[in-house]
Design a protein. Structure first.
Length: 245
């Protein structure tokens, strides 16, 4: 992959990066996720504090479903390690060990590696012996067009916080890009129009027939995952493997 251009390149395929990518892709922004290795969430034993799963869920199953969700949204994937991000006349050049790509905007969501950002004039801060990227709540950094999401932006490590901040950053990117339309929420037909209101930007009204179709599709897909999923032992952290050796 060389010199392909995207609206958004997300560096990091953990829950923060994928949540950001989900929103940018649903806004029809051409989005690439660059990821190397296994996310931190997949190394955990069980995910018990994520809303919506009263008895918990296997983190690897959760990540597998999230991977499919961003693919359905139209995201591209590149299994590679980001080596350097540099400014260009019309955005950024992202060099990886799998090739070079260009992007109008970059979301840094990789933890705990931000060395690839050093060619940029980005501000770092230290806390508890760790280095983070300085960013606003919406993820904007001192470099125009560069955003930071999740743990790299010094947010709490819990999955729900990472997902929330990644989504917030994704929406910030969408707002800055200002596309014509993005599918952010879905309402029953007539929810606005029957009350004399225009359908808000980002919203879609659907018929009862279409609502039932989408609900069945979602239920059937989840049922398939639960029926076919085979329990997998978490991949240990590399440092743990080193200790065993």
């Amino acid at each position: 992959m060389t010199n392909e251009r995207y609206d958004v390149v997300v560096v990091g395929g953990g829950i923060a990066g994928l949540s950001a990518a989900l929103y940018t892709a649903r806004a029809d922004l051409d989005t690439l996720v660059v990821n190397d290795g296994v996310s931190i969430l997949e190394r955990n034993a069980i995910l018990e504090n994520f809303p919506g799963f009263p008895a918990g869920i296997d983190p690897r199953l959760f990540c597998l479903m999230l991977d499919e969700q961003i693919e359905r949204a139209g995201c591209s994937r590149l299994d590679a390690r980001a080596e350097a991000v540099r400014s260009a006349a019309d955005g950024f050049v992202v060099r990886t060990d799998g090739g070079t790509v260009e992007a109008e905007r970059v979301v840094a969501a990789s933890w705990a590696d931000g060395e690839y950002l050093e060619p940029l004039d980005v501000a770092f801060e230290r806390s508890g012996g760790k280095r983070f990227v300085s960013a606003t709540d919406g993820g904007r950094t001192a470099v125009d067009g560069l955003y930071a999401a999740g743990r790299l932006a010094n947010r709490y490590h819990q999955a729900i916080v990472a997902a929330g901040h990644g989504s917030q950053v994704g929406l910030t990117v969408v707002g800055d890009a200002d596309p014509d339309f993005y599918n952010d929420w879905v309402t029953p037909e007539g929810y606005f129009t029957n009350r004399g209101h225009e359908v808000p930007k980002g919203c879609e009204e659907i018929s009862e027939e279409e609502r039932r179709r989408r609900a069945r599709r979602g239920h059937d897909r989840l049922r398939t995952y639960l029926e076919e999923w085979e329990d997998e032992t978490p991949v240990p952290h590399p440092s743990f493997v080193d200790d065993l050796e």
